[in-house]
Design a protein around this ligand. Structure first.
Ligand code: NAD
Length: 483
């Protein structure tokens, strides 16, 4: 993919009721290129009124959208899928410019397109059950859309979450207000231009951006929003859950952070384990929820594992995200860069720096390893969201499991071993929504449920799980008269 110019002007307005419009307050905020620190775009910020307008538009559009048959709704989703697929290169460039994500690592457009493609044909899976188990009754359940759904997404892979949330919500017959992250609003705004091209009825899908407060918090506490799907940090998830409960007891799906462990046993294929685990924590400069940020290696093979890991981890090419040869971009912004640096200080104080550190070149952090870090250190317990990995050791299987589980997070875990009994024993005891055997994140199964145990989230998303997140169940009891 050759670096090329961005289409000018970049669309940054709010997409409400089928129309692009400026923020009603006239407020714009600047988006900074994390490589050059130049202003990429000035973005319209949705205030409370704009957010309320978006919800009102979605509410008005709901009855007609609900009453379409699934294949009729599917036509729009299918068109949008094609348009996103065709725009993949442009979307990659927008994300690279504004968030520092290398175009070589961009698959977000394709993932979004695949979600719209899948859910375009999934509407007929919305079905209830029937029962003759009550005397003189035929009882049935039906599944019905909530009405207006709020989708709130983070900055690290915006379009992936856009597709995973919006596509099933619409396929189930809901209308949507999507709020993109204030740090990464450009690709969502671009997709809004595609929604317009796809000819969606006005108000069915409204796309706005703005900060957590007031844009996100207005959605979270809105009385006409009945369900929310959120991906982001644990702290924000807690606020949304509290606001949702305090307002109208919203149905809320939360996909939150992680501190994912990878366990490498002495009988594992060390080359494969090292290659995969270093990719997991390096990918997107460590800004991935399921990155294996804690690696526990059995003592007897620790040295050998570390040597292979270091060789591969150090070989990544830091550089301009628009250059197809770059596979390691800067952290998204100064705030995130400083946050990662503060964890580097903790790592240096509590453990041993084996390689990496601050690149001292813009917002770049080199792939970084700390060893021998006490398990109660903040860098072992808290999500860093940077290319920083802890490699500690263990002696026994029990110790490995105990260390893996000693966290409030439970999003993803990996186990590397050639012993099938051990793989299954460990998978059973790990407290995590996903356990990968002889592979690690970002490996995923699109038709498998994805989500967190413990404080990593509530609910599951996936081709076979997501529709249910956007549907109420109604029981209808039908009495049959005896002759
Ligand atoms: P964040 O929680 O700061 O922000 C996420 C979104 O929530 C943004 O759109 C933000 O504007 C909005 N928001 C902030 N405060 C709000 C409020 N009070 N009410 C409503 N909305 C509000 O997260 P982030 O920094 O954008 O993303 C990084 C985090 O996301 C990490 O913790 C990462 O692990 C997590 N994440 C999880 C998954 C997953 O699938 N489990 C995937 C990607 C990222």
């Amino acid at each position: 993919m050759a670096p090329a110019r961005i289409e000018e002007p970049i669309e940054t307005r709010l997409f409400i009721n089928g129309k692009f419009q400026p923020s009603s307050s006239g407020k714009l905020f600047k988006l900074i290129n994390p490589l050059t620190r130049e202003v990429v775009a000035e973005v319209h910020e949705a205030n409370e009124k704009d957010t309320n307008d978006a919800v009102a538009a979605a509410k008005a559009a709901f009855p007609a959208w609900r009453d379409l048959e699934p294949h009729e709704r599917g036509v729009y989703l299918s068109r949008l899928s094609t348009l996103i697929r065709e725009s993949n290169d442009e979307l990659a460039r927008l994300e690279a410019l504004s968030t520092g994500k290398p175009i070589s690592r961009f698959n977000d457009g394709m993932v979004a397109a695949i979600n719209f493609q899948h859910f375009a044909g999934a509407g007929y899976d919305v079905q209830g059950k029937s029962s003759l188990n009550t005397r003189n009754h035929l009882n049935i359940t039906v599944k019905q859309p909530y009405g207006v759904v709020g989708c709130i997404i983070p900055w690290n892979a915006p379009l992936i979450f856009f597709g995973q949330k919006v596509a099933p919500a619409l396929a189930a017959g809901n209308t949507v207000v999507l709020k993109s992250s204030e740090k990464a609003p450009l690709t969502s705004a671009y997709v809004a231009t595609l929604v317009e091209k796809a000819g969606f009825p006005p108000g069915v899908l409204n796309i706005i951006t703005g900060f957590g407060h007031p844009t996100g918090s207005t959605i979270a506490s809105h009385m006409d929003v009945r369900a929310i799907s959120f991906t982001g940090s644990q702290a924000t998830g807690q606020k949304i859950q509290a606001a949702g409960a305090a307002s109208n007891m919203k149905n809320i799906v939360l996909e939150l952070g992680g501190k994912s462990p990878a366990l490498v046993f002495e009988d594992a294929d060390l080359e494969s384990a090292a290659t995969q685990t270093q990719f997991s924590i390096q990918h997107l400069s460590g800004q991935m929820c399921m990155a294996n940020s804690r690696i526990y290696v059995q003592e007897s093979v620790a040295e050998k594992f570390l040597a292979i890991f270091k060789e591969k981890f150090g070989a990544v090419r830091l550089g301009d995200p628009l250059d197809a040869n770059t596979d390691h971009g800067p952290q998204i912004d100064e705030l995130q860069y400083n946050r990662v640096k503060s964890y580097l200080e903790i790592g240096q104080k509590d453990g041993t720096l084996a390689m990496g550190g601050d690149a001292k070149d813009g917002y770049f952090i080199k792939p970084t390893i700390f060893q021998n870090v006490p398990e109660d250190s903040r860098i072992v317990r808290e999500e860093v969201f940077g290319p920083v990995v802890i490699i500690n050791t263990f002696k026994t299987e029990q110790e490995a499991i105990a260390k893996a589980n000693a966290t409030e997070y439970g999003l993803y875990a990996a186990v590397f071993t050639k012993n099938i009994d051990r793989a299954i024993r460990v998978s059973k005891l790990i407290e995590s929504g996903v356990v990968a055997v002889n592979c690690t994140s970002p490996t995923n199964g699109v038709d498998m449920p994805f989500g967190g145990w413990k404080s990593s989230g509530v609910g599951r998303e996936g081709f076979k799980s997501s529709l249910d997140n956007y549907l109420e169940t109604k029981t209808i009891l039908i009495r049959i008269s005896s002759e």
